[in-house]
Design a protein around this ligand. Structure first.
Ligand SMILES: Nc1ncnc2c1ncn2[C@@H]1O[C@H](COP(=O)(O)OP(=O)(O)OP(=O)(O)O)[C@@H](O)[C@H]1O
Length: 277
């Protein structure tokens, strides 16, 4: 039996001036899947995330989350429905400690603002204590307890990245959108991430859509992969099928496939340019 669709994207069109960034992009993510969104630099992956989360308003197309048309909902309302994302350039606030960052993210579901909580306004005290306890659990789950009270700006990149992930989970999402979770991590850290994502998915009944260039991670963690090129869907399939796909290899390697060279992964293409409309 097929799982329920939690995210359905229909015919997204996004233009900036003369630049056609997304062209009739459609994709589906089913509940409990880990789905990869890959493609050369400038293919439109982050722009797609920005359309899904409401940061960009596309000129055409629709986004459905759990059967509901969210195309015109503001970012915070989509987040409240259960969409959480991490950022390519990190969403942590450097001046706050790890625990404070996690608590800030939790206010998505607190029912009052972070400021009201900080000021201890009426009715927030009990809830703040609960949030603090939950934050401590999240911090521990991610192995951040030794740095819980340190400012994130003073921590190594890999640790800040983990904090960003902890923040995304702190809002108790149903779906996580991860923008390059392996970037900046050491090869060992990146390899460990696949197991972490699968465990998170299973334990928290999450669905994950991730942009990633680290193909070993995509191959290990993803159930299904969409490949974008010049804002259009090049192909889709299981990771093993994608890795053998001649057009995917060509898009990444700029014609190496035509020369019959064996596919080499991971691939971070050089000099990919974007078409104009
Ligand atoms: N706000 C914007 N204004 C103008 N152009 C934009 C904007 N956002 C994205 N673009 C353009 O859209 C194209 C796709 O960019 P996007 O960041 O979505 O690609 P990407 O696939 O995520 O690339 P990368 O792998 O390098 O992160 C690029 O040509 C980019 O310059």
């Amino acid at each position: 039996m097929k799982r329920r669709q939690i995210l359905k994207v229909e015919g997204l069109m996004l233009r900036f001036g003369g630049l056609q960034v997304l062209n009739d992009l459609s994709l589906t993510v089913r509940e409990g899947q880990i789905v990869g969104l890959i493609g050369p630099n400038g293919a439109g992956k982050t722009s797609c995330f920005n359309c899904l989360t409401g940061i960009y308003q596309p000129q055409g197309g629709r986004v459905f989350f759990d059967g509901r048309d969210v195309s015109h909902l503001a970012t915070h309302r989509r987040a409240r429905l259960g969409m959480a994302r991490t950022w390519q350039n990190l969403g942590v606030i450097d001046a706050l400690t790890v625990t404070e960052n996690v608590m800030l993210a939790q206010h998505q579901r607190a029912g009052y603002s972070a400021l009201a909580g900080m000021l201890g306004l009426a009715g927030t005290w009990h809830r703040e204590r609960e949030l603090l306890r939950d934050a401590a659990e999240i911090v521990e789950y991610f192995g951040l307890e030794d740095v819980a009270h340190e400012r994130t700006g003073e921590l190594p990149y890999g640790v800040r990245k983990t904090c960003d992930m902890a923040m995304a989970l702190a809002s108790d999402p149903r779906m996580l959108l991860l923008d390059e979770p392996a970037s900046g991590l050491s090869p060992e850290e990146a390899l460990g991430l696949g197991a972490t994502l699968r465990e998170l998915r299973d334990r928290l009944k999450l669905t994950i859509l991730m942009i990633e260039h680290h193909v070993p991670l995509v191959a290990e963690a993803c159930d299904y992969v969409y490949v974008l090129n010049f804002g259009e869907l090049l192909t889709e399939g299981k990771p093993a099928e994608i890795q053998r796909h001649p057009e995917v290899i060509a898009a990444y390697l700029g014609g190496a496939a035509e020369k019959n060279e064996p596919p080499e992964w991971p691939l971070r293409p050089e000099g990919a340019t974007h078409g104009t409309a």
